[in-house]
Design a protein around this ligand. Structure first.
Ligand SMILES: Nc1ncnc2c1ncn2[C@@H]1O[C@H](COP(=O)(O)OP(=O)(O)O)[C@@H](O)[C@H]1O
Ligand SMILES: [Mg+2]
Length: 323
């Protein structure tokens, strides 16, 4: 879907920001460009939608060379979200969201329907927010509007440059979760810039880890965590590797691997946890002593056994370290 062939970018004849990158993002895939500041992530992204020229090599989107695409077609096919959401302060939320449909000449009814649909998707009431201005919304809400705007014309491809980077950690988690839920429904092809390994592991189907304009490893989060290709990758992923990889598993994965354990009679402190919760969340609840044992419930709220620290440890030793 997005193919980079030997792509190089040199700024001002001397700064090599991107150095001979070849990689492909398949249709419906969520790929993270990860790496330290200055490694060329933003440059790589901005060459896809022609915000930067390509010094050497070629980028194809859906088989078409981006150099040959016209700007309007590009806006329709590629949604773009940036950290400072880029909303126009003097335009209402509806107007901001419908910028591309306006450019494309959609009629009123079609625009209104689309706005209502998108607002429902991002969890904001369309009638409540339609006539408001960006400054009347919280940072998290503005960022969600930025996402809705990028999806307005239903582009198959989304480019996102640290879209949640400016949000505080708790709100960021929430917006990430929401976005993952949306992605399950809309299945866009996404290229997403991040410098946060946790975000990358949580969100990406694949991670492309960059350093000085070159790809150090391009692999799934599991692959990268378990088989880092070189010292740079293992150092970037860091010592919390095992802990990080816990966010790849859910309580259900543990139950499937180890079976269910019935609740221990003598334990007092229990808390409920749903079966689709990540093991990382479960582990931190146990480590923070929120409970000695977690009662595993399904989405009907029915209990199915319990989860203890020992059980997670067994799972880590068997499934995570052993992998
Ligand atoms: N417009 C520009 N002119 C000159 N150098 C630039 C420009 N934009 C980025 N660079 C340089 O290119 C390199 C990669 O930058 P960038 O793509 O922004 O990295 P990242 O997004 O990974 O932080 C850096 O050395 C940066 O200073
Ligand atoms: Mg950047």
């Amino acid at each position: 879907m997005i193919d980079f062939k030997n792509v190089t970018k040199i700024y001002g004849g001397e700064v090599k920001a991107v150095d001979d990158i070849t990689m492909s993002v398949n249709e419906g895939e969520f790929v993270i460009l990860l790496g330290p500041s200055g490694c060329g992530k933003t440059t790589l992204l901005r060459m896809v939608n022609q915000l930067e020229t390509i010094t050497d090599g070629e980028i194809n989107v859906n088989g078409q060379n981006v150099k040959e695409m016209d700007k309007i077609k590009m806006r329709r096919n590629i949604g773009y979200v940036i950290q400072s959401n880029g909303l126009f302060p003097n335009m209402t939320i509806e107007k901001n969201t419908m910028i591309v449909p306006d450019l494309l000449g959609w009629d009123r009814k079609k625009k209104r329907d689309r706005f209502n649909y998108l607002m429902d998707l991002i969890g904001l009431n369309p009638d409540e927010y339609r006539k408001r201005y960006p400054h009347e919304l919280s940072g998290g809400q503005q960022q969600r509007i930025g996402v809705a705007r990028a999806m307005a014309s239903d582009p198959p491809v989304m480019l996102m440059d640290e879209p949640f980077g400016a949000l505080d950690p708790i709100i960021r988690e929430k917006v990430q979760d929401e976005f993952l839920t949306i992605q399950k429904e809309v299945k866009k092809t996404i290229l997403f810039v991040s410098h946060d390994i946790d975000e990358a592991v949580k969100m990406g189907d694949k991670i492309s880890l960059l350093r000085q304009g070159q790809i150090m490893q391009y692999a799934s989060p599991t692959e990268m965590l378990h088989r880092p290709k070189n010292d740079f990758v293992s150092e970037f992923i860091g010592k919390d590797r095992v802990l990080r990889s816990m966010s790849l598993y859910t309580v259900n994965d543990l139950v499937e691997a180890l079976g269910l354990k019935s609740k221990e009679e003598d334990i007092q402190d229990t808390k409920e946890i749903t079966i689709d919760t990540s093991l990382r969340v479960a582990l931190s609840m146990l480590l923070n002593k929120e409970a000695d044992e977690l009662l595993i419930t399904d989405d009907q709220g029915e209990a199915h056994g319990s989860l203890t620290f020992d059980l997670i440890e067994t799972f880590i030793n068997r499934e995570v370290r052993g992998a």
